[in-house]
Design a protein around this ligand. Structure first.
Ligand code: CAA
Ligand code: FAD
Length: 379
């Protein structure tokens, strides 16, 4: 592994850092307070090529590598974790899956506008009774000759109302269990497709999370991704890559909170000296810096293995498991270092602490990451 970043990597990182500082930072507290989707900022991210980063330019993407993606996403998440998840879902769960598994017609029709950021995508796996236990899909897609009829409910869908293109996982043959699950592309506005109310969340309040209801939705056969029965493998493979995105989001949240805490500790005085000079505070910052470095290495390792075409089920899950714990630990300590100021919105760290929690839950809880990793430890 060689993590000497290239000039291009550093330029992309700097571009993301500048964008986050100038465009995301000014309204981030207000968007959190009012659960407001960053519509204008997402358009700017599209113009910067951040919504289809690893997609081949012939399909409208930026044609970059996964290291660039980790670096850019981390910078976005340092300032605004909601913008980061919007970016992560579009890139890793939607564009990457379509690029790898769709046919040419599907790519031209759906991937190109998604990679250019002209429209947003959503990935719909979770259901009221199938979260961690993702093979227990209750949504059905029944074969009717030239089309399927889709019925069921999806829960907790990121970009739920802002998306136009939805990747939906559904059971096409109940008797075959997970081998009877298929994946489809569904468009917003199709008859029978309804979007439930927006969830009121603890964190990442700028991202829109909705349940989706499908009642006798007609899905043309040409909108199935891959063969019938391929849907669960598709979802698992897509999630292996997606977990690098959420790991980077967690790394960004941790880094943002650490930088604020380090700065605060050098300004704030107590008992006649800067609080950084109290060893108890300095040691907290040491632990933060060390674990952030380790999380960064895991993210870059997973990204570099992805670029090499290796199996990333282990490295992606390890990066997410570790980085999400680091995000939680770091943000809690960043609030502590800020004292009372840590508890109010204008110092940012309380929002970061609320935002950090979701990284241990979505794209597979920490318990599920341990299951995934444990299965890679023995053959
Ligand atoms: N990569 C590739 N394939 C995998 C895999 C992985 N990481 N994990 C499992 N599989 C395959 C298995 O090889 C198996 O295939 P075969 O039968 O063909 O060999 C099949 O999937 C079923 O695997 P298991 O028998 O292990 O199934 P299980 O029911 O015991 O466990 C699970 C499966 C790993 C727990 C899976 O259900 C899982 O990952 N659950 C978590 C779901 C999840 O991450 N949801 C995220 C939703 S998206 C989201 O959250 C977006 C967002 O926040 C922004
Ligand atoms: P459950 O599966 O009910 O788990 C409850 C608890 O039990 C957890 O602690 C879990 O780790 C534990 N548990 C379950 N099984 C085991 C086991 N075998 N061993 C040990 N512990 C276990 N889903 C999508 O498909 N698309 C999205 O875009 C999306 N975005 C989301 C955005 C937000 C804000 C949220 C909150 C969720 C989102 N999700 C999305 C859903 C998310 O992936 C699920 O919430 C997650 O996978 C957990 O499922 P669950 O909520 O049903 O919890």
């Amino acid at each position: 592994m060689d993590f000497n970043l290239t000039e291009e990597h550093l330029m992309i990182q700097q571009a993301a850092r500048d964008f986050a500082q100038t465009e995301l930072l000014p309204g981030v507290i207000e968007r959190d307070e009012h659960s407001k989707f960053p519509t204008e900022q997402v358009k700017m991210m599209a113009d910067l090529g951040f919504l289809g980063m690893v997609v081949d330019p012939k399909y409208g993407g930026a044609g970059l590598d996964s290291i660039s993606y980790v670096l850019a996403l981390t910078e976005i998440a340092k300032i605004d974790a909601s913008a980061a998840v919007i970016m992560s879902v579009n890139n890793s769960l939607v564009c990457a899956g379509l690029q790898k598994y769709c046919n040419e017609e599907q790519k031209m029709k759906y991937l190109v506008p998604l990679a250019k950021g002209e429209v947003l995508g959503a990935f719909c796996l979770s259901e009221p009774e199938a979260g961690s236990d993702a093979t227990s899909q209750k949504t059905t897609a029944i074969d009717k000759g030239d089309h399927y009829v889709l019925n069921g409910t999806k829960n907790w869908i990121t970009n739920g109302s802002s998306a136009s293109t939805y990747v939906v996982i559904a059971q096409t043959n109940v008797e075959k269990g997970h081998k009877g699950i298929s994946a489809f592309i569904v468009e917003k506005g199709w008859a029978g497709f309804a979007i439930g109310p927006k969830e009121k969340k603890m964190g990442i309040r700028g991202s829109d999370t909705h349940s989706l209801l499908f009642t006798d939705v007609i899905v043309p056969k040409e909108n199935r991704i891959g063969e019938e029965g391929f849907g669960f493998t598709f979802a698992m493979n897509v999630l292996n890559g997606g977990r690098i995105g959420i790991a980077s989001q967690a790394l960004g949240i941790a880094t943002g909170a650490y930088e604020l805490a380090l700065n605060y500790a050098q300004q704030r005085k107590a008992f006649g000296k800067e609080i950084f000079k109290h060893q108890a505070i300095a040691f907290k910052l040491v632990d933060m810096a060390t674990s952030i470095m380790a999380a960064k290495m895991l993210c870059l390792k997973a990204a570099s293995e992805k670029d090499e075409g290796k199996d990333i089920s282990q490295s992606g899950a390890m990066a997410k498991l570790y980085a999400s714990q680091v995000a939680m630990d770091t943000t809690i300590e960043a609030v502590q270092i800020h004292g009372g100021n840590g508890y109010v919105a204008e110092y940012h760290v309380e929002r970061m602490m609320r935002d950090a929690k979701i990284t241990q839950i979505y794209e597979g809880t920490s318990e599920i990451q341990r299951i995934v990793i444990s299965r890679t430890l023995v053959s």
